[in-house]
Design a protein around this ligand. Structure first.
Ligand SMILES: C[S@@+](CC[C@H](N)C(=O)[O-])C[C@H]1O[C@@H](n2cnc3c(N)ncnc32)[C@H](O)[C@@H]1O
Length: 220
C-alpha cells in the first residue's frame, strides 16, 4: 500500500472511529471525491495535512461530516412505525403510566427534522399537542439541524402526507411549505453525535420513553 493510500485510509478510519459511520457503504471513488472536495474547501495542501486539520479543527470535521452523511428523510416516512405508535405504543404508555404522563421522545439521527415533527403532528392529532411532552431531535450534521429548526420544507418532504394534513399543519410559501409555528415549538433540536458516549448518556437520561434511530443502518 502506498503512503498516500494509507493516509486516505487513515482519514476514513478517523471519521469512522469518531462517528460510527461505516464509510464502506459509499463506493470508494465517490468517497475519495467527497473527502477531496472537503479537503480543498479546508484549503490544505494534501491528505496528511488534512488529517491533522480534522483532528484539531472541529469546523473542518463538521464540514466533512455534512458532506459524508446522507440526510434522506420525509414526513411520516416509516408508515408502519407511525401507525403502531398511534394505535398501540402511545395509548399503552398512557394506560401504564397514567393519562397525565409526560412522554419523552427522541429522534436520534433526525436529519432535517421531518421525523420528530411528524411525531409532534401525531401527538397533536391524538389531542396531546397542548401538553408539555418532551420531543428531541438530534443529528451529527450541523447544517441539517439548522435546517430543521426553520421548519421550511419542499413538496418532496411531504410526499407521504395527505392534503388534509398539509392544509391543517403547513402554510404555503413561495419556496414550499412552512410548518405551523405551534408544531415547530414542540420540538427541541440539538447537534449530537451518537458515538460520543458521554453525551449519549446525558441524552438518554433526558429522553427515554421512545427513541428512534430510523435510517441509520450505516452508523453505530
Ligand atoms: C437517512 S437519515 C434518517 C432520518 C430519519 N431518522 C428518518 O428515518 O427519516 C440518517 C441521519 O443519521 C445521521 N447520523 C449518522 N450517524 C450519526 C451519529 N453518529 N450521530 C447522530 N446522527 C447520525 C445522519 O447525519 C443522517 O442525517
Amino acid at each position: 500500500m502506498s503512503a498516500e493510500v494509507a493516509i486516505w485510509d487513515a482519514i476514513d478510519e478517523f471519521v469512522e472511529a469518531r462517528t460510527g459511520l461505516c464509510l464502506d457503504t459509499l463506493p470508494g471513488e465517490m468517497r475519495r471525491h467527497v473527502v477531496s472536495a472537503a479537503m480543498q474547501g479546508a484549503g490544505v495542501p494534501g491528505p496528511r495535512a488534512y488529517l491533522e486539520r480534522l483532528q484539531l479543527d472541529p469546523r473542518a470535521f463538521d464540514d466533512l461530516i455534512a458532506k459524508l452523511t446522507i440526510p434522506e428523510t420525509y414526513f411520516f416516512r416509516d408508515a408502519a412505525m407511525f401507525t403502531s405508535l398511534r394505535t398501540e405504543f402511545i395509548p399503552e404508555l398512557f394506560r401504564l403510566r397514567g393519562a397525565t404522563h409526560r412522554l419523552r421522545i427522541w429522534s436520534a439521527g433526525c436529519a432535517s427534522g421531518e421525523e420528530p415533527y411528524s411525531l409532534a403532528i401525531l401527538l397533536d392529532q391524538l389531542g396531546e399537542g397542548g401538553r408539555a411532552h418532551l420531543l428531541l431531535g438530534s443529528d451529527l450534521s450541523r447544517p441539517v439541524v439548522e435546517r430543521a429548526r426553520h421548519g421550511d420544507y419542499g413538496a418532496w418532504s411531504l410526499r407521504a402526507v395527505s392534503k388534509r394534513v398539509i392544509s391543517e399543519y403547513f402554510e404555503k410559501t413561495p419556496h414550499g411549505f412552512r410548518l405551523d409555528a405551534r408544531i415547530c415549538g414542540m420540538v427541541q433540536f440539538h447537534h449530537h453525535n451518537l458515538a460520543d458516549r458521554g453525551s449519549r448518556r446525558r441524552f438518554r437520561e433526558k429522553s427515554a420513553s421512545i427513541s428512534s434511530c430510523a435510517g441509520m443502518s450505516s452508523s453505530i
